[in-house]
Design a protein around this ligand. Structure first.
Ligand code: AKB
Length: 313
């Protein structure tokens, strides 16, 4: 029987689907959802929920003790676009929340942590195509700097204190259940909503901006597979590169046009263009494939089909 799990940031884009999948696998009562705000009915109604501030160590410790939590998935974070507007708030949230869970594990109050990193750890000097697991990073965004620092701390806590922390560098994530918020890759979700509602979309990234992306089902499976892998298989304790597809705004538009022929896209790049330009176009995830058998299932056209069918309902 699985011991209780706490999801911090359960009402966000990843947190919602992760909570529902973990509840499906381990039982509703074993998965405690928490967030600074309340979420949708499915998440709130299907199991325990706690209002929780990820930066408050004592509050997290109380929940951990109360439910006898064994594992924490820390999904609370400020994403790339919002973090550029509020650098200190982003740094405080992204770093303090991580230290809180790392320190709980160091004090043996929990035994395993999942913490998400991102392709944002890479920067303008990183090789753009097939970006290796280990390469020049030098992130140029507030969010990327916090994620790279976080990776260093994860590896440090593993080596120094034996903390079992596991992580992947998520690409842009595409999902229909919960909207993303404050990211640079959010256009790849908005475009499906607007294609169905208005038949057109004005993209905040320019034509030709190729970014690594992934359908949410693949991301959730990768996350849980990594957490369920035997510890000795996890050789990377900073964070694993993870990939499935890469595309430009015009390629996602073409994929949508196969179902909505009249759909049109126009381009009005804003400050997020510079963020996107600093990130890789494609990712080499062979370490994840070799070490814990990661394999993506959804390509762009399959993602488009899933998105349009589900959003139409
Ligand atoms: C963002 O765009 O900020 C995120 C990410 C790639 O980590 N989706």
């Amino acid at each position: 029987m699985h011991r209780p799990i706490l999801i911090i940031g359960a009402c966000g884009q990843i947190g919602t689907e992760l909570t529902m999948e973990l509840r499906e696998r381990y039982g509703n009562e074993k998965v405690i959802a928490s967030d600074i705000r309340e979420g949708g009915d499915t998440l709130m109604g299907s199991g325990p929920f706690e209002l929780l501030d990820a930066t408050n160590y004592a509050a997290i410790e109380d929940v951990v003790m109360h439910y006898e939590i064994d594992e924490i998935y820390l999904m609370a974070a400020m994403l790339s676009a919002t973090a550029e507007k509020f650098p200190m708030r982003a740094w405080n949230l992204n770093m303090n929340s991580l230290f809180n869970v790392l320190n709980l594990a160091k004090e043996s109050k929990i035994s395993k942590i999942f913490w998400p990193s991102s392709i944002a750890v890479f920067g303008p000097n990183t090789p753009k195509e097939n970006t290796p697991q280990n390469t020049i990073m030098e992130p140029s965004t507030v969010y990327g700097i916090s994620k790279q620092s976080g990776e260093r701390w994860c590896e440090y806590y593993f080596k120094k204190y034996g903390v079992d922390v596991r992580s992947v560098r998520y690409p842009g994530l595409i999902s229909w259940k919960t909207m993303p918020g404050g990211g640079t890759t959010d256009y790849a979700v908005e475009i499906y909503h607007e294609a169905l509602q208005k038949g057109q979309y004005e993209c905040f990234l320019d034509k030709g901006t190729k970014l690594p992306m992934m359908y949410m089902d693949d991301a959730i499976r990768a996350t849980i597979d990594l957490m369920e892998s035997p510890s000795e298989k996890i050789k990377v304790r900073s964070s694993y590169n993870l990939a499935s597809m890469s595309f430009t705004p015009e390629e996602i538009a073409e994929s949508i046009q196969k179902h909505i022929p009249d759909f049109t896209i126009s381009y009005a790049p804003d400050f997020r263009q510079q963020i996107a330009d600093s990130w890789p176009s494609s990712i080499d995830d062979s370490a994840a494939k070799e070490q814990w058998r990661w394999e993506p299932k959804f390509n762009l056209d399959q993602t488009t089909l899933e998105m349009l069918n589900n959003l139409k309902k």
